[in-house]
Every structure is written in structure tokens, then in C-alpha cells.
Design a protein around this ligand. Structure first.
Ligand SMILES: NC(=O)c1ccc[n+]([C@@H]2O[C@H](COP(=O)([O-])OP(=O)(O)OC[C@H]3O[C@@H](n4cnc5c(N)ncnc54)[C@H](O)[C@@H]3O)[C@@H](O)[C@H]2O)c1
Length: 248
């Protein structure tokens, strides 16, 4: 098993990418601490892992709240005594397509607080408890590489995740704590459901080399690679998982 005896926190673990990755990690031997703002979603993930023979618990956590993130880390240590992997994945979409002057302060703050401050807080509290060989994977997006029109706050937040990942990877390389990011393209999750009803969808969903959208399982396999010892000489990188969207 590729994550035998490892302990992983999965934030946004009640969402589609988080849930499938948590399940994949558990199949490979990791004990999982699921963190999400939605208790119902946390319970669903934990039950699925347990039904599959894996080990999982949850802590309802708002990743924008420092006290709650500190509590998440402490509860993980209380339950499992260590933290080997942090999948820093909780995030929100842009909250509707708008040109920049129409983005409200409320919308801007929600996206920035969740997508970048949440990633900062996850690392801030987990890293001091991590030992040599640990791995952090932060969820960015191809929007953070190409700068996507009409979703400026989202693009800015995900671009920040990439820069933060690089910076922190340099700070903790000597301790052999690896810090990488993933940049998914369009993945079939609840985050893209609203697009499916728009007239853009046929074009949007095939705008890559593979002519289809990705699945949470395909993201989970890439995250598993970065989390595992197979990626032991990879740090500060952003792994693009987009079916070739950025190459078009
Ligand atoms: N689906 C895509 O096409 C796509 C593409 C690129 C990047 N991403 C990123 O992947 C990650 C996972 O998204 P998903 O597609 O699985 O969507 P999702 O909506 O299914 O999952 C996101 C999860 O994050 C949780 N969450 C939101 N705010 C939170 C907070 N403050 N604290 C804790 N949890 C919070 C939600 O409750 C939800 O369970 C996000 O960071 C997203 O930006 C998704």
C-alpha cells in the first residue's frame, strides 16, 4: 500500500474531489481526518471510508477561522498522534461570472478568505507538527495559471495558492517536508454543475485535447502520487490535471 500507516488531513473532504481523494488515500492505508464546513458532507465521507474498510474521523472546520484550523490539527494529533499528509483542498467557486467592477467586496472576501487564507491557515498550523517525509498538496486551478476572465477573484486566489506553495516549499525543504499544488481543469463536481445548464457548456466541456471533462478520481490519483513517496524529489511544483486545456 502506498500510504501504509500514514495520517492525512483532507480539507473540503465533504466535497467531490476531497471525498474521492480521501477514499483513495484510505484504500492505500492512510487514516483520514476529514475537515469541512458541512457536517452532513463530512459524515458521508467518513461512512464511505468505513464501509470500504478504512479508518476515518471528521472535525467540522471553517478553514477561514484560525481557531477552528488549530482545533482540527489538535484533534488529528489526539486521534492519530501525527500528521503526514495535508490535502489543503477546501475552496469555493467565484460565485457567478462578473467583470471586475461588478465583483462585490463580499464576494471578493469570501473567495480570497476561503481559497487562499484557508490554505495559509492549514499549513500554518499543520507544518509545525509535521516530520521529515511529510507532504502537503494545495489545490489551485488552471484559472490561477491562465487568469480566467469573469472569475477574477477566483483566478487571483488560485494564483496565490501556486506562489504560496513555491515559497513554503523553499522554507521547509531542508526538513524534507514537500509542498506541491495541483491545478485541475474542469472536473465533474458540484462546483461546475451550474455551468452544465449554460449554452457555453458543449464548448467549455470539450476545450482540451481529450475532449471531455475530468473526474474526481483522476484528480485523486494525481494527488495520491504527490502525497506518496513516489514523488519524493518533487517539491514546489504545480501539477496540471486538465486534459490538455492549457495547451490549446
Ligand atoms: N471542480 C472543478 O472543476 C475544479 C477545478 C479546479 C479547481 N477546483 C478546486 O478543487 C477544490 C475542491 O472543489 P470541488 O470541485 O470538489 O467542489 P466541491 O464544492 O464539491 O467541494 C468543495 C468543498 O469545500 C468545502 N468548503 C467550502 N468552504 C469551506 C470552508 N471555509 N472551510 C471548510 N470547507 C469548506 C465545501 O463545503 C465543499 O465540501 C476547490 O479548491 C476548487 O476550487 C475545482
Amino acid at each position: 500500500m502506498r500510504l501504509h500507516d500514514k495520517v492525512s488531513i483532507v480539507t473540503g473532504g465533504g466535497g467531490d474531489i476531497g471525498r474521492i481523494t480521501a477514499l483513495r488515500f484510505a484504500e492505500e492505508g492512510a487514516s483520514i481526518m476529514v475537515a469541512d464546513i458541512s457536517e452532513e458532507a463530512c459524515v458521508k465521507t467518513v461512512n464511505m471510508i468505513k464501509e470500504n474498510g478504512g479508518k476515518a474521523e471528521y472535525v467540522i472546520t471553517d478553514m477561514t477561522n484560525p481557531r477552528e484550523v488549530e482545533n482540527l490539527v489538535q484533534k488529528t494529533l489526539d486521534s492519530y498522534n501525527k500528521i503526514d499528509i495535508l490535502f489543503n483542498n477546501a475552496g469555493v467557486g467565484s460565485g457567478g461570472e462578473k467583470k471586475l467592477p461588478d465583483v462585490s467586496m463580499e464576494q471578493w472576501k469570501k473567495v480570497i478568505d476561503t481559497n487562499i487564507t484557508g490554505v495559509f491557515l492549514g499549513m500554518k498550523y499543520a507544518i509545525p507538527k509535521m516530520e521529515s517525509g511529510s507532504s502537503i498538496i494545495n489545490t489551485a486551478s488552471i484559472a490561477g495559471i491562465k487568469g480566467q476572465k469573469l472569475t477574477s477573484a477566483y483566478s487571483a486566489s488560485k494564483s496565490s495558492v501556486i506562489a504560496l506553495t513555491k515559497a513554503v516549499s523553499k522554507e521547509f525543504g531542508r526538513q524534507n517536508i514537500r509542498v506541491n499544488a495541483i491545478a485541475p481543469g474542469i472536473i465533474d463536481t458540484s462546483m461546475v454543475t451550474h455551468w452544465k445548464e449554460t449554452e457555453k457548456w458543449p464548448l467549455l466541456s470539450t476545450a482540451n485535447s481529450l475532449k471531455r471533462i475530468g473526474t474526481p478520481e483522476e484528480v485523486a490519483n494525481a494527488v495520491l502520487f504527490l502525497a506518496s513517496g513516489e514523488a519524493s524529489f518533487i517539491t514546489g511544483e504545480t501539477l496540471v490535471i486538465d486534459g490538455g486545456t492549457l495547451n490549446q
